[in-house]
Structures are given as C-alpha cells and as structure tokens.
Write a protein that binds this ligand. Structure first.
Ligand code: SAH
Length: 382
C-alpha cells in the first residue's frame, strides 16, 4: 500500500483510517460491510488503536473480531504519506519532507524545548498565496490545501519518528511526552483552509487519541480578519498573528494581505477572539528586519497598538534566504526593541533561530528543499 490518503479523490481508493474522523471511520466501516448499528462502536475501538497507539496494522487489534480484522486488512489501509527526506539539526530540531501525493510535498519541523516540552510546526497548505516579501515560502505558488488527514498525518509521522506512541506494556505519562505542542506555522495560511484545519484540530485534541489539548495548539495567521473569531469558535486554539509592522503603509508592503484587512479591521477581529484573558493571550510574531521595522519608535508604537489585548510578543530574527531583500536586525537593536516591550509589561522572548543548519527555521521551509533536491539531481546527473 503506497501513499493512499483518506481524501484521495479516486472513488475506488482503499479507505485509509489514519487521518479519519470518528464519523468517517463509521462510514468507512459500513462501506466494507459492518452493520450500521455496530459501526459507531467499532469506530470508537479503531479510533483508540489508530490515534492512541498509532497502529499501522489491523492485525494486533485484539478487541476487534478476527474476521473483521482480516476484512480491514484486505479492504482498508492504515498508512502514512511517504517521507521523502528527514534531517536532524545539531540543536535537535528535526525536519521532514513529506510527499502527500505525487508532486505535492511539504515540510514540517519538530523543535525540542519549545512549548511545554517540544513543538511540532505543521503545514496547512503546500505553497502559499500571500506573497509576504520576507518569506521565501510565500514566494512560491500555492500547490493546494492540505486535507485534515494530511495535517494529522504530519503529527502521526512525527510521533512515529520520536517513538512516542504508547504500547499496551508502556503507557505514555503526560510528563514523559516529547511532543506537547502543535503550531500551525509551517507552510501556508491556515485560515484559508479553516475547514480542514478545524477538523484536524478536532482529531489531534481528542482525549482518547493523540490528546494534545487545544490550549497547546496555536494557529498563526497573517491576518485573515473575518475568519479570526470563527477560528476561536470552531477550534478553541491559541491565536498567533504575524504582525511585523505597526502602521498600514509598512504592513501593506511586508504583508500584502494587509491591503485587504488593514490594522484596524485586524485588531477588531483579534479583540473578538473568544476567551482571551491573561491566561489565554494572543501571540504576536514580529520579524526583525534591519532598517525596516526595528526602531525604538516602532517598539513604542507596538506597545500602543497592543493596548488592551492580552498579548505576548515573539521577536523573530529574520532568517535570510538567497536573494531576500532584507537583512536581520543587529542583535543590540533586537535587544533594545525587546527592552521597550518588557518595560511595558510584555513577555517578548527573542526566538533563537532553530535548525538553521538544516534550513528548518521560519521562512526557510520547502523552498530550500527544492533547491537542494535540484542541485542533488544535477550532481547525480553529472
Ligand atoms: N501564514 C501564517 C502561517 C505561517 S507562520 C502566518 O503568516 O502566520 C510562519 C511565521 O514565520 C510567520 O510569523 C512568518 O511571518 C514568519 N517568517 C516567514 N519568513 C520568515 C523569515 N525569513 N525569517 C523569520 N521569520 C519568518
């Protein structure tokens, strides 16, 4: 069974239970002959094998009748998309390039020491439509939205590789977890794929399965204002905003989406995010671009802009890429900028760039892989 995915448009595709919702599992069971009144109960049993134990085979599912297991083995799949490439950084950051379907490849990154124990940065689209000028990924055309199953598959692949599925003999205590947080900060704009993102979050957060709580799942957006309160209503996830500028003129340039949803509309939407409090703050990401957005006046403007919003600020040193029109701010400049925010009472950690040696840092995803793969091809052809 190669790379079948749950949403494979081909009607003859074998149903792949890895990535399905409970309802989809029940429907798929009916489609392979399970009685409708038993399907839900069977789906709950399968759910636990698939998402709690990370099963990749129906055979060991001891509480499911042997003949059904055999039928599932023939008529259904439990597969992950193929891993095309996997790299581990000196700092422990891991990056995978995953082939979701032929010609549809995207990356995700595991960063130890971020969040409670470690965070997985997942992609919601392959490519992007936004064209933010400092982001290499954003200069690539959108290939397509990822399905919920493909988003969930990223988490399952990471847990396979981190050896983090419990077994009947070895339960997983919460304190032993390595992958504790999910951030939708990989490729793509999650709010342009909200249906699939919300469905993926339902699966990932389910307490009977992977059980990463909604409070440890963060969705980052460049500012699709009308979808922001809806994101909160539908997912209960933590909100992150890629802000990067404190006035419309500059933000129009850096994040062209700002022309559609300027700062005023954006902040009205942020203020409407359900459940905000000091315990549930919005994260504002601010990439430090030398001579562009890094003056102390802008730090003060940022403080004014955030007034009344429970917020924390992540200052991200700009990760350059070949041909990028920006440079990273000097370290002293970043520290001085952070000091203004700290003085105003904001936690504003400077994000240490992680995984730069394997091109896994913010804004480096996918594009560099293509380049390496192209040059590797050229090398092979020589
Ligand atoms: N489209 C969503 C999800 C992507 S998140 C969003 O914009 O929020 C990826 C984060 O990395 C964003 O905050 C983005 O602004 C930041 N980023 C992109 N390119 C970068 C670069 N070259 N250096 C540092 N941060 C970058």
């Amino acid at each position: 069974m190669a790379t079948l995915i749950a949403s494979d448009p081909s009607p003859t595709a074998t149903p792949n239970f890895a990535g399905m919702t409970r309802q989809e599992m029940a429907d798929a069971l009916v489609s392979i002959g399970v009685a409708a009144d038993k399907a839900r109960m069977r789906a709950d049993q399968l759910w636990r094998w698939v998402y709690h134990y990370g099963a990749r085979d129906f055979a060991p599912m001891s509480n499911i009748a042997k003949d059904l297991r055999a039928r599932l083995g023939q008529a259904a799949a439990l597969t992950r998309p193929d891993i095309v490439d996997r790299q581990i950084s000196r700092d422990g950051t891991r990056k995978w390039l995953v082939r979701f379907a032929p010609g549809v490849e995207g990356e995700m990154v595991f960063i130890p020491g971020v969040g409670r124990a470690g965070a997985l940065c997942v992609s919601s689209q392959v490519g992007c439509t936004l064209n933010c000028t400092f982001c290499h990924t954003g200069t690539q055309k959108l290939v397509r939205n990822l399905t919920a199953a493909e988003i969930v598959a990223q988490v399952m692949i990471a847990r396979d590789d981190l050896n983090e599925w419990p077994t009947l003999e070895r339960p997983l205590n919460d304190g032993d977890r390595v992958l504790t947080n999910i951030v939708f900060m990989g490729m793509g704009e999650p709010l342009y794929n909200l249906d699939e993102v919300a469905k993926a979050i339902d699966i990932i957060s389910d307490g009977d399965g992977i059980a990463i709580s909604r409070r440890r799942i963060t969705v980052s957006t460049a500012g699709v204002a009308p979808r922001i309160p809806e994101l909160g209503d539908r997912t209960g996830a933590m909100l992150a905003i890629s802000l990067h500028a404190t006035n419309d003129a500059l933000r129009n340039e850096l994040v062209p989406l700002n022309k559609k949803y300027p700062l005023e509309a954006l902040f009205a939407a942020i203020r409407a995010y359900p459940g905000l409090s000091n315990a549930k703050r919005v994260t504002f990401e601010y990439v430090m671009l030398k001579g562009v957005n890094d003056t102390l006046a802008e730090a003060k403007a940022l403080v004014r802009l955030l007034a009344g919003v429970p917020a924390k600020i992540n200052l991200i040193p700009f990760n350059p890429w070949p041909g990028s029109p920006y440079e990273c701010s000097d370290w002293e400049t970043i520290e001085a900028f952070a000091a203004v925010l700290n003085k105003a009472g904001y936690a504003s950690p400077i994000r240490t760039p992680r995984g730069r040696d394997i091109l896994a840092a913010c804004g480096q995803l996918r594009s560099e892989s293509v380049k390496i793969r192209a040059s590797a091809r050229a090398l092979a052809a020589e």
